[in-house]
Design a protein around this ligand. Structure first.
Ligand code: G3P
Ligand code: CA
Length: 256
């Protein structure tokens, strides 16, 4: 169960638990991150946003509607208010009472134990979020060279550049959707000037894309795997990392 799936070139693939082990537990909660750790994923992926009173919290959508018993925008809640919501019951009654965790709570619990892939989610809604994330990492001395199991990524590439300037020793990644399939070499070179990871929608991944990302000296971590077939296809294409709701698909099963 814990033998990594190897890429076609024999390399190990980094196993990233998307929003925690979100296929088994309610996404972006401590129980989901605990589950990812227990399943021996290499990284947890977390979506970071900001409350009305400037606190960093982990939640994917920009409203609380889907994953809690509340309604409304994340940015309209104070930390105290948002932490009164139940972020577990929607997934299963056994998870009732799970709270939306703070970013600081997560890094305090997991740094040094499992890698942390931090996504700045919709940072355009939260001016100053890059500084808040950087400050939390700097306070804990997590911004030093070779502190290499923390990565910051975003679909908002301006935000990635802002963050890279604040904490240049932390590796950064650019997230892309299906448009990753049509990226030019000039765009890849521009990304590589501030990013170490090029992280596309898995459906954009081809051998050619992987080769071109590697030629630009970045790693490629693809998202979001929800089946064994999808994991196996990405391994064939020799991606460096797989972001998955089910960490078990990035491990070899007997008889696989
Ligand atoms: O890490 C990649 C993945 O998290 C991006 O998509 O929508 O799940 O945040 P999303
Ligand atoms: Ca994410």
């Amino acid at each position: 169960f814990t033998v990594p799936v190897l890429a076609a070139n024999g390399q190990e693939i980094t196993n990233v638990a998307h929003r925690g082990a979100s296929g088994h537990t309610p996404e972006n909660t401590m129980v989901a991150f605990d589950k990812a750790f227990e399943m021996k994923a290499d990284y947890i992926e977390i979506d970071v946003q900001m409350t009305k009173d400037g606190e960093l919290v982990a939640i994917h959508d920009t409203t609380v509607n889907r994953t809690t018993n509340g309604t409304g925008a994340v940015g309209d809640y104070t930390l105290e208010e948002i932490q009164q919501l139940d972020a577990g019951s929607w997934f299963g009654e056994e998870f009732a009472g799970e709270q939306i965790p703070t970013f600081e709570e997560i890094i305090d619990a997991y740094r040094g134990k499992i890698g942390i892939l931090i996504e700045l989610k919709s940072p355009g809604l939260y001016p100053g979020i890059e500084e808040k994330v950087a400050d939390a990492l700097i306070e804990r001395n997590m911004h030093k060279p070779n502190n290499n199991k923390v990565i910051i990524q975003s679909f908002n590439h301006e935000s990635v550049q802002t963050s890279k300037e604040l904490v240049p020793n932390i590796p950064h990644g650019v997230l892309l959707g299906l448009q990753a399939a049509v990226v030019t070499d000039e765009q890849l070179a521009a990304f590589a000037s501030y990013a170490d990871y090029f992280n596309p929608n898995m459906n954009a991944v081809t051998d050619e894309l992987v080769e071109r990302v590697h030629a630009a000296e970045m790693e490629i971590w693809a998202y979001t795997v929800r089946s064994q077939e999808q994991a196996d296809r990405l391994a064939e294409h020799e991606v460096d990392g797989i972001v998955t709701d089910f960490p078990e698909y990035v491990y070899d099963h007997p008889g696989n």
